[in-house]
Write a protein that binds this ligand. Sequence first.
Ligand code: PLP
Length: 359
Amino acid sequence: MQFKIMKNPAALDDAARADAMANPAFGRVFTDHMVTIRWTADKGWHDAQVRARAPFQLDPASAVLHYAQEIFEGLKAYRTGDGGITMFRPERNAQRFIQSARRMAMPELPEELFVQACEELIRIDKAWVPGGDGSLYLRPFLFANETFLGVKPAADFIFCVIACPVGAYFKGGAKPVSVWLSEDYSRSGPGGTGAAKCGGNYAASLVAQAEAIKQGCDQVVFLDAAEHRWVEELGGMNLFFVFEDGSMLTPPLTGTILPGITRDSVIELAQKQGRTVEEKRYSIDEWRADAQSGKLREVFACGTAAVIVAVGEVRSVHGDFAIGGSQTGPVTADLRDTLVAIQRNKAEGPEGWVHKVAL
Ligand SMILES: *Cc1c(COP(=O)(O)O)cnc(C)c1O
């Protein structure tokens, strides 16, 4: 598709941009431009634009404001040693965006158009891609914009990509995080939207995340909604367990868990290292018992924003327990270093993982 390119006349100059990029807090600093594509029932995808980042004008009856028909993605672009820019497995994000759209009765943006939209934004805002440990976090999203209060899939949508320069997610190196076990709230249920990357899942998780913070924890961990027994994931990260024999386990994709691309990459890398990785249900009772017996050596969470971070402690109304020491364990650290090196084009990864952006 041909994008109409309109440069932002008020784009920051080099000094102001350097200032904005010095130590940006996650998700608070944005680049000069955005990409938008419209979809209507009669015209399909059309009106692709690269333009100045600016607020949308929405009618108060815009469907997304009432019925939350919205999906999003998150992926990163990296500056490589040779001055190039790469993305990590963007086709997988494009495919997941299609799956999310299907579940939410939204139009499916073709894979090539998703990737092209990300590339267009990176090209025009390439000066915003940090070097060093930083990266440019891309946020593609799609929302219903029909002016109608009737309950039905909308006939009018806006796709948009915005971007934020980000530093290392955890400043001063990643320390193991603590998680609060949510026993009252579920993130998703069987037949629900847990496998779709939609804003509604996050809305449903915020009260539990707030409770976790109040309890002095960094993150919340959810159990399954049916039995309140099986460990699912954090609010926005998948979980892995590492045992004394070097084998690993992660909860299976049964429709209530988000199929993370980091999760998928970790499984492949761990298997390449000769580890057994089981996608198998794991109960909170097993977690507690295995942590106490020492059979469980390491636990980590993974997702695009933080990549891989150790989980050092679980707290709940039924008692707390620790896993490993106060340091990130060796398997977690090794997988993180390996994955980060591949993402930054410093080590060779599996075929097709690194997508070079034509600048
Ligand atoms: C996005 C997300 C993840 C992580 O997915 P990645 O593709 O690895 O970034 C995990 N859980 C939830 C709920 C998410 O929304």
